[in-house]
Design a protein around this ligand. Structure first.
Ligand SMILES: Cc1cc2nc3c(=O)[nH]c(=O)nc-3n(C[C@H](O)[C@H](O)[C@H](O)COP(=O)(O)OP(=O)(O)OC[C@H]3O[C@@H](n4cnc5c(N)ncnc54)[C@H](O)[C@@H]3O)c2cc1C
Length: 572
């Protein structure tokens, strides 16, 4: 079948929902999601959303902007950081008025707590900036925005997968979808197309991400000719439960939890004397891995302890009940009396589809592509630079999601009807048949191998030799993928087929991550190269762009926008 909308939003996490809510009801808005909207990954967000409300102690948007730029190791575009920090209070009060049940202070204001890298007075010490609802902030915001989308009667299509994205002559033309329940392939055309498909942590073996975080929107945009920005910056969150990767929010340290090595020492004092356990994530992840490499993991194993016992059972129950239940369910650990084994886990992608401040997708020359928009973790407005601060993602989603919705509303009059895309549907049907007829490796085998390679070659620490080996192996897996085979040949609920389709995105993105990481011969934020341990502002203060050219991947660069804060040594 063929469908036509004014605006089509792909992805129903917070970025997609917030953007869709900004578009007037006079326009026909469709929202496509491969999972039921409230199962989107945004619902997993735990610790909070950042805004300098100053409800618990003095704070200012300028300090928030500075922390975001310094946290991102000066690769953050400063116009984006300013937009984020200035708009944060409005965005949080808007959520409050929509019905988000934030925790409260005794005076009835929105409660706030400390989070990694958020400081008072330009780095003097931690500040309470995270607005939260216990340790389930994403869940309550997602449920609230989903309720509003239902009220607005936005057309929602759940369990429908975008399997191709069409950009023709520099203009978004539409998408091809696969319907999980029936196996039907549809063409959906729209004047404006917003990609809000989230991140792709599933590229790595141990990660905090949900199963559907396979980066389809980012990969399909890349395949359609969009350059991908700063893909080498992969965030490892310091405290994934060992060995699963399930996240223990930074809120645990914000509330007073402390990291300890196998000798029982709280080692963060050695790595970040001022912020200690509340240093940014790249710093803490490297500290943990350094302790482990030096043989100071707990019992000689690849983990350290996160100790919450000093908080007391009551505070843990009130502020950190979800993560405590994770520790109990997955490890049998009672967080009130026992430490939690933790190790860095792949968590967030700083890189993605380049956009301007209003969600318009930019081509290699930095010019907007007609009718194509992106927001959320899939996008790179470069507000997080080389390392995102905790609580700045939820803020990014609602600030830049809203701006993307506004830009679409402004642009829609100038956008013409999308061109027909009939052949594309036939191509997708042929591809599905080829996967069903394939006689090669199984998707699960290729995926496991890919995740091991990426974890081995391009994690918290990297170097040229390992990454070159990794790139060769990933390219070998891409060759094998051509004849991928599946067991289930049916049409209804064929998740086997979708695993195979998603694997193409993951493999493609793994290759781009490695190519980007090899091109950056310095250490900055989450990209730490053992062979180039220093930050090199002279040669490398620039964004990476990787484009799919006719002869393979092409690398180019673009300048970082610097306004208020000049790069300087990053100490915490
Ligand atoms: C455990 C955890 C805790 C976190 N805690 C915090 C926190 O406290 N504060 C904070 O700021 N950040 C936090 N983050 C980060 C933050 O939650 C995510 O970055 C953010 O939710 C991403 O939102 P999104 O809207 O971009 O994408 P998502 O919420 O991931 O949504 C993606 C959407 O795209 C859809 N989609 C994907 N591919 C397709 C396709 N091919 N076809 C159709 N639909 C598709 C999915 O169905 C989904 O609806 C946390 C992350 C994790 C993993």
């Amino acid at each position: 079948m063929e469908f036509l909308f004014d605006v089509l939003v792909v992805g129903s996490g917070l970025a997609g929902l917030r953007a869709a809510l900004e578009i007037p009801t006079s326009l026909k808005v469709g929202l496509v999601s491969k999972v039921f909207p409230t199962r989107s990954h945004s619902g997993a967000a735990q610790g909070g959303i950042g805004a300098a409300l100053g409800n618990e102690e003095p704070d200012s948007w300028e300090w928030h902007m500075y922390d975001t730029v310094k946290g991102g190791d000066y690769l953050t575009d400063q116009d984006a950081a300013e937009t984020l920090a200035r708009d944060a209070a409005r965005a949080v009060y808007e959520l409050e008025h929509l019905g988000v049940p934030f925790d409260r202070t005794t005076a009835g204001k929105i409660a706030q707590r400390a989070f990694g890298g958020h400081t008072r007075n330009y780095g003097e010490g931690p500040v309470k900036r995270s607005c939260y609802a216990a340790d389930r902030t994403g869940r309550v915001v997602l449920d609230t925005l989903f309720g509003k989308a239902l009220e607005r009667k936005i057309h929602i299509f759940s369990e429908i997968y975008m399997v191709d994205l069409l950009v023709e002559g520099g203009k978004a033309a539409g998408i091809i979808t696969y319907e999980l329940a029936t196996g039907a392939v549809h063409t959906v055309r729209a004047k404006a197309l917003l990609i809000a498909t989230g991140g792709f942590g599933r590229v790595y073996k141990t990660n905090s991400n949900c199963f559907s975080n396979t980066g389809d929107g980012v990969y399909l945009s890349h395949r359609a000719g969009v350059p991908l920005e700063d893909m080498e910056f992969v965030q490892f969150h310091p405290t994934g439960i060992y060995p699963l990767g399930v996240l223990i929010s930074e809120a645990a340290r914000g509330e007073g939890g402390v990291l300890k090595n196998g000798l029982g020492n709280s080692f963060m004092t050695d790595y970040a004397p001022t912020l200690k356990d509340l240093a940014p994530r790249d710093v803490v992840s490297r500290a943990i891995d350094t302790e482990i490499r030096a043989g100071r993991g707990v019992n000689g194993k690849d983990y350290v302890h996160l100790d919450l016992t000093s908080l007391g059972a009551e505070k843990i129950q009130e502020k950190l009940s979800d993560i405590s239940s994770f520790a109990r369910i997955y490890l049998g650990v009672d967080t009130a009396t026992q430490p939690i084994p933790v190790t860095p886990t792949c968590h967030y992608m700083m890189g993605g589809i380049p956009t301007d401040l209003n969600g318009r997708v930019l081509n290699k020359e930095g010019l907007p592509l007609t009718g194509l928009y992106a927001a959320g973790e899939a996008a790179c407005v470069s507000v997080h630079g080389a390392n995102r601060l905790g609580t700045n993602s939820l803020l990014d989603l609602v600030v830049f999601g809203r701006r993307a919705g506004r830009a679409i509303t402004e642009d829609i009059e100038t956008l013409s009807d999308p061109s027909p895309v009939k052949d594309a549907q036939v191509r997708v049907e042929a591809r599905i048949k080829a996967i069903k007829d394939g006689n090669g490796a199984k998707p699960s085998d290729l995926r496991t191998r890919m995740q091991l390679i990426m974890t081995d070659c391009c994690s918290v620490f990297r170097n040229q030799t390992d990454m070159e080996r990794g790139l060769e192996e990933i390219r070998g897996l891409k060759d094998k993928y051509r004849s991928v085979s599946i067991d289930n040949k049916g049409a209804n609920y064929n998740t086997d087929l979708l695993d195979a389709i998603e694997l193409e995105s993951l493999l493609g993105l793994a290759e781009v991550i490695l190519v980007s990481a090899l091109s950056r011969t310095e250490s900055r934020g989450a990209h730490y190269r053992e062979d180039y341990p220093e930050r090199d502002d002279h040669n490398c203060l620039k964004h990476t762009l990787v484009t799919a050219g006719s002869d393979g991947l092409e690398i180019s660069f673009k300048p970082v926008k610097i306004t208020k804060f000049q790069p300087k040594a990053r100490k915490f």
